[in-house]
Design a protein. Structure first.
Length: 298
C-alpha cells in the first residue's frame, strides 16, 4: 500500500481536489496499460481533454468567489441593495465555456439597478481577452474559416467563422482609431536608440465587398548599428535586435497608402529622410518614396 498523508483543505474545494486526484490516477493507469510506443500519445490526449474540463471548473470557481465578494457591497447611499433574482451569464475562455451566476441588485433610493458583478468581471461581450487575442493573431495569417478550425483543434474553443470575422474586424476598427492618438507608443519610439528603418511591402487580400484588393504594409523601427563586418562575415553575423518596432497597414492603393505616412512619421519625429534606411519591393516602393519625400524633410 502506498504511503498516505493528511491535507486540510476548505470543504468547498473538495470536489476539485477529488477530480484532480482522479485524473492523476487515470493517467497513471493509462500509462501502465497503453501498448508500447503509444504511451505519450494516449496520456497526452487524455490530459488535454480532461485537463481542459478541470481548468474550466477551476476558472469558474475562482470567478464565482469574486462575484460573491462584489455582490456584498451596498449602495453608495448607504442602504442595502435588494436582490431581484439571479441570472447566468456564459463567456468563452481559452479553457472552455464558463457559466457565472450573478444577481440583479437595486436600491430603493432610485438609483439604476444592475448586475453588480458585470463591471467587475471586465468582460466585453462573450469572449475573454485571451480568446480575442488568439483569434486576431490567427486571422491575420489565415482565413476566418481556418481561424475557427484552428481555435477548435488547438484550444477546444468553438467559434463560428462569421463570429471570428465580426470579432476581428471590430478590433481592426478600434485599432485604426487608436493608432493616430497613441502618444505613448510615439513617445517610446522617439526615446528609443538607433537609426530609423522603414520597410514597405504589399500583397493581395480577397475582400467580401469588392473582391481582390491591394494590401499595403509598413514597418518603421529603430535599430542600433552593428560593428563593421566584411562581406565574408555577412552570412554568419546577425543584426542587433530592433529597439522599437511599429507597424501599420491599409487596404488601399499605393497613392492612398503613402498619404497616411506623413502624419505618422511626423508624430514619431522622423523628418530627416537623409538618415532613413528604406527597404521595399523593387520599383513600386521607389515610386512611392520618390513622389512622397521632399529633400531631407517631411
Amino acid at each position: 500500500m502506498k504511503p498516505t498523508i493528511t491535507i486540510v483543505i476548505p470543504a468547498d474545494s473538495e470536489p476539485l481536489v477529488r477530480q484532480l486526484l482522479a485524473l492523476h490516477e487515470e493517467l497513471t493507469q493509462l500509462a501502465l496499460s497503453s501498448p508500447e510506443g503509444t504511451v505519450v500519445d494516449a496520456c497526452e490526449a487524455a490530459v488535454v481533454d480532461k485537463g481542459r474540463d478541470l481548468n474550466t471548473q477551476i476558472l469558474a470557481d475562482a470567478v464565482a468567489r469574486r462575484v460573491e465578494a462584489a455582490e456584498k457591497k451596498g449602495c453608495p447611499c448607504g442602504r442595502a441593495k435588494e436582490n431581484r433574482g439571479p441570472k447566468v451569464r456564459q463567456f468563452v475562455s481559452a479553457v472552455g465555456v464558463v457559466a457565472v451566476k450573478r444577481r440583479y441588485w437595486q436600491c430603493r433610493c432610485g438609483a439604476a439597478g444592475a448586475y453588480a458583478a458585470d463591471d467587475m468581471l471586465g468582460l466585453e461581450g462573450r469572449f475573454s481577452k485571451t480568446v480575442q487575442k488568439h483569434c486576431c493573431r490567427l486571422a491575420a495569417d489565415v482565413s476566418f474559416a481556418a481561424t475557427s478550425e484552428h481555435l477548435r483543434e488547438m484550444l477546444g474553443v468553438r467559434l463560428a467563422p462569421g463570429t471570428a470575422r465580426a470579432l476581428v474586424e471590430g478590433h481592426g476598427r478600434a485599432m485604426a482609431a487608436f493608432q493616430p492618438r497613441d502618444e505613448a507608443t510615439a513617445r517610446d519610439f522617439r526615446q528609443a536608440k538607433g537609426d530609423v528603418e522603414f520597410a514597405v511591402d504589399a500583397g493581395k487580400v480577397n475582400t467580401r465587398e469588392a473582391g481582390w484588393k491591394d494590401l499595403k504594409i509598413a514597418v518603421i523601427s529603430k535599430r542600433e548599428a552593428a560593428a563593421p563586418r566584411t562581406p565574408a562575415q555577412w552570412q554568419q553575423e546577425r543584426l542587433p535586435a530592433a529597439t522599437m518596432v511599429i507597424a501599420f497597414a491599409m487596404i488601399a492603393t499605393a497613392q492612398a497608402f503613402r498619404r497616411c505616412w506623413r502624419g505618422t512619421l511626423r508624430r514619431l519625429e522622423v523628418t530627416a529622410f537623409a538618415a532613413l534606411h528604406a527597404l521595399g519591393d523593387a520599383g513600386r516602393t521607389h515610386q512611392m518614396f520618390s513622389s512622397f519625400v521632399a529633400p531631407a524633410s517631411v
